[in-house]
Design a protein around this ligand. Structure first.
Ligand code: ADP
Ligand code: MG
Ligand code: ZN
Length: 587
């Protein structure tokens, strides 16, 4: 991908770069690939930089921008998608004595014109602006003027994944950034992002014309995040158990799919004694702002939110991110969980997944106005995420593999800490599949066959003579009651797995079940199904939880825990202190 490239003689060298790092930012050393990226960009090279959240992408363009400005090479434009992001960075730069500004809609006319004058005159080292503004004629005219004097030094495009429709957070105006390389082909460009799978990466390269740019990929591993995925049973209760197993005083984010569930879950948590706040795009802007500020500034606030909350939230000590519903893809999951533990101290990613989630995500893809290629790709992305949630081995290996990174079992995810026991669910799956087949055939009394959802299927399998079963005469099906010895939770697990692996598909708003392409080999016994043995849900009960919380005690009532629970908890604690020791942070 990279072309041989020699920096021009007037470009700032390694000493100048280190000097900026130490004098302006007060850091001793470069992190991850910062040093390489900065050397390359300072010399005038273009690059696509993939670095995990919290890795330090900002310095990758800020250091070259400052070093090149000092060397008389001109000013840097930073394209950024959010005012909040710009604001934080500009503030930090100014505090460090760097002439930086953000040209945003938040400014009044006079202030904006002053910034424009400073920028065109070359007094500002860095200017931040949103893509919508950058592509306006007025802004382009300023860039032309700078370029005409050889004073346009560098263009940085932050959150570059916004250019790709394949990724998450697509922003239409990012597409128009192609104007920049068409107009200023000789100006080096840096595109930076924290998430991009192979597809999104190619898309960024193509749309931002980075074919000749160097690609820098830092490890995507977030070693201080502990990953857990559980089977959805009673989600709120499960969430509560999870929250109660976290040290008191931790703050975190709980993601829900819909605005309505955000409101309900937030209210539920408040009732249970947590300091929980709702956040979604349907709330008043002022309310959103207040909630966000409280989350950022206070301890122990739990933000219950849709994905509207997140990008640009730079709170280093988010201790957990919980998903009550399934995200859209591994990229989204990685991005959302990546908001935890940016300070390097131990943090947890917890997710709860059920059959309904799989159906709903598939329905959303189906119902989207996108073309078929797009839907197919979204479907594949969802399947990759489902494989991660169904996995019996290391979650981190799956996660990193998705980003093209090979790794070994990590020792600190749920599956590594307690490798799941599995049961052979091949026969049960066959029973479920053939019952779905029979249900679809069984037209009673001359009526056409009707399609049925998961609840009905499970009633039939368990031999429950529900009203609907009697109405349709399904107690006469040959498979009625063949699965009595398997409980409903396990049947839901079988159905969820069958949906995830395309043995079954769910159609229409009702989630009517039908056999899918993958069913045949399982029915024929050519493919086996192994599922995790479900452990009985054991509430992390602490009867005096509310009082305990107010006393800020951090002990848990473990009296009804099994030895397995205790072993897991101990492993988690040991791991916490190990990570804390490595990162030199308090637990
Ligand atoms: P990203 O944009 O990749 O998510 P940021 O650029 O916001 O990450 O940086 C995350 C944090 O890491 C910031 O607080 C930043 O000051 C800090 N940081 C960046 N580079 C270094 C470094 N070389 N040494 C120490 N801290 C750093
Ligand atoms: Mg950033
Ligand atoms: Zn692991």
């Amino acid at each position: 991908m990279s072309a041989p490239f020699a920096p021009p003689l007037n470009a700032p060298g390694p000493e100048a770069q280190l000097q900026v790092l130490r004098e302006v930012f007060g850091y001793r050393e470069f992190r991850l690939q910062q040093g390489d990226v900065i050397a390359h960009a300072s010399g005038g090279g273009s690059a696509l930089v993939l670095m995990p959240t919290g890795g330090g992408k900002s310095l990758c363009y800020q250091v070259p921008a400052i070093a090149r400005h000092r060397a008389g090479l001109g000013v840097t434009l930073v394209v950024s998608p959010l005012i909040a992001l710009m604001h934080d960075q500009v503030e930090a730069l100014r505090e460090a004595g760097v002439a930086a500004a953000g040209l945003t809609s938040a400014l009044d006319g006079d202030a904006a014109r002053q910034i424009e004058r400073d920028w065109v005159s070359g007094r500002l080292t860095l200017l931040y602006a949103a893509p919508e503004r950058v592509t306006q004629p007025r802004f382009l005219a300023m860039l032309d003027a700078l370029q005409g004097r050889g004073q346009l030094s560098l263009i940085a495009i932050d959150e570059a994944h916004c250019v790709s429709q394949w990724g998450h957070d697509f922003r239409e105006h990012y597409l128009q950034l192609s104007l920049l390389h068409e107009r200023y082909p000789a100006v080096p460009r840096l595109a930076l992002t924290a998430t991009a799978d192979q597809h999104t990466r190619q898309d960024i390269v193509q749309r931002l014309d980075l074919q000749d740019a160097r690609l820098f990929i830092s490890s995507f591993d977030r070693p201080n995040i502990f990953y857990t995925v559980v089977d959805k049973d009673k989600p709120r209760q499960q969430l509560l158990d999870f929250l109660r197993s976290q040290p008191i005083g931790d703050s975190g984010i709980v993601y829900c799919q819909s605005r309505k569930s955000v409101e309900q879950v937030a209210a539920f948590l408040v009732q249970e004694g947590f300091d929980a706040l709702p956040y979604h795009a349907g709330l008043d802007a002022a309310v959103r702002q207040t909630h966000q500020n409280r989350f950022l500034r206070e301890d122990a606030v739990i933000m219950v939110a849709t994905i509207a909350f997140g990008m640009g939230i730079d709170k280093p000590d988010v201790r957990f991110v919980a998903h009550l519903d399934l995200p859209r893809s591994i990229e989204s999951y990685y991005q959302e969980t990546g908001r935890a533990g940016r300070d390097g101290a131990p943090a947890r990613a917890w997710m709860c997944v059920g059959a309904g989630d799989v159906m709903q995500q598939r329905r959303m893809i189906e119902a989207s106005p996108a073309d078929d290629t797009f839907k197919r790709l979204q479907g594949r992305k969802l399947d990759a995420l489902l494989a991660l949630t169904e996995a019996h081995d290391c979650r981190r290996v799956h996660l990193l593999d998705y980003f093209g990174e090979a790794s070994r079992p990590c020792g600190h995810c749920d599956n590594c800490v307690s490798p799941p026991q599995t049961w052979d669910a091949t026969r049960a799956t066959q029973q479920a599949l053939s019952t779905v087949y029979r249900l679809a055939r069984h037209g009673e009394n001359g009526f056409a066959p009707t399609a049925f959802g998961a609840t009905h299927l499970i009633d039939v399998l368990q031999g429950k003579a529900s009203e609907k079963v009697r109405e349709y005469g399904h107690e006469r099906l040959s498979t009625f009651g063949i699965g009595k010895d398997i409980d409903a939770m396990q049947w839901r697990q079988v159905v969820r797995h069958a949906l995830a692996r395309h043995l079954l598909r769910a159609e229409g708003d009702w989630g009517a079940l039908a056999l899918d392409d993958g069913a045949r080999p399982v029915l024929r016994g050519e493919q086996a199904v192994h599922l995790r043995v479900l452990e009985p849900r054991r509430a992390v009960r602490s009867p005096t939880f509310k009082q305990e919380r107010s006393r800020r005690a951090s002990t848990l009532d473990t009296s009804d825990w099994s030895s397995g629970d205790i072993a897991r908890w101990d492993a988690l604690r040991a791991w916490r202190s190990e990570v804390a020791r490595q990162h030199d942070v308090p637990v």
